[in-house]
Ligand binder design. Structure first.
Ligand SMILES: NC(=O)c1ccc[n+]([C@@H]2O[C@H](COP(=O)([O-])OP(=O)(O)OC[C@H]3O[C@@H](n4cnc5c(N)ncnc54)[C@H](O)[C@@H]3O)[C@@H](O)[C@H]2O)c1
Length: 245
């Protein structure tokens, strides 16, 4: 016991120990937002829509399927949809091979996933996350259309890495329902979720997404919306291209 105590006291004052305590406290502090009291009402998220079944869309969908929330996933072409679904199934089958989930779990999760080619299939979704190409023109097209399809009260989120969420929100007549949900790749694995708060994002929308992030086992960190300048965007694209290689 004396040796244990001596070692414990030595370890407690190391930079590693101090850093771990800092991270522990910081993760908890990140979930508290100064102007959003704990009793802020939240919206019910029973069905999620994802637009884009590429690298990010598929991984994002898995987070919800894993906790039993049905997902409708949209693509522009059947081949892209098939490829996205194949990747999701492949990821689950690998997990089953490693014994992390059962073969029945694979089918249960895939059974909660509805593939579609028409954005109108998102009309019942409580939360819709856009994960399409990273250009403002495509985001404009998607959010303008989404505004005519999503039900009143649906939360509209973008997974954009670099584009201005305020601008994206301005493509709709409901900027209070829009925010960023920036997942990291691979989205079904990485714990961090940047929740990008727009100038007009409703408090209940932010509170709902923070609560939901816990349900899907992410560590959510709120940040302000801002646009990267073109040089920063270019750097980001180079980093993304290098990662892809
Ligand atoms: N890849 C990353 O590491 C990463 C990380 C965080 C955020 N992001 C962001 O996520 C978004 C998606 O990135 P990605 O890497 O998954 O791209 P990706 O090219 O792998 O996938 C995008 C998918 O969107 C589909 N698509 C395009 N327009 C569409 C539309 N109108 N309707 C439906 N589907 C459409 C495409 O067919 C494609 O399959 C981007 O905004 C990107 O900046 C990417």
């Amino acid at each position: 016991m004396a040796a244990e105590r001596k070692t414990f006291i030595n370890l407690m004052s190391t930079p590693v120990s101090m850093a771990m305590r800092h991270v522990f406290a910081a993760e908890r502090a990140a979930s508290r937002i100064a102007d959003i009291p704990a009793d802020t009402p939240t919206r019910t998220i029973a069905r999620v829509g994802i637009i884009g079944a590429g690298t990010m869309g598929g991984g994002i969908a898995m987070n919800f399927l894993n906790v039993g929330i049905p997902v409708t996933i949209i693509e522009t072409r059947q081949e892209a949809l098939d490829r996205g679904l194949k990747t999701i199934r492949g990821n689950y089958e690998n997990s089953a091979k490693k014994g992390r989930i059962s073969a029945a779990d694979v089918e249960t999760r895939m059974g909660l996933l509805t593939p579609a080619l028409d954005m109108a299939s998102l009309k019942d979704a409580d939360l819709i996350i856009e994960a399409v190409f990273e250009t403002m023109d495509v985001k404009r097209e998607v959010f303008t259309k989404l505004d005519t399809i999503a039900k009143p009260g649906a939360i509209l989120a973008s997974n954009t890495s670099t584009l201005d969420v305020n601008k994206i929100a301005s493509f709709t007549k409901r900027p209070q329902d829009v925010l960023g949900m920036h997942f990291f790749s691979p989205a079904n694995v990485m714990k961090l979720l940047e929740v990008v708060r727009g100038e007009k994002t409703g408090k209940d929308v932010l509170a709902t997404v923070m609560k939901l992030s816990k349900k899907i086992k992410k560590i959510a960190v709120v940040c302000q919306a801002s646009a990267m300048d073109s040089s920063a965007t270019a750097c980001w694209n180079i980093i993304a291209a290098c990662r892809a290689i």
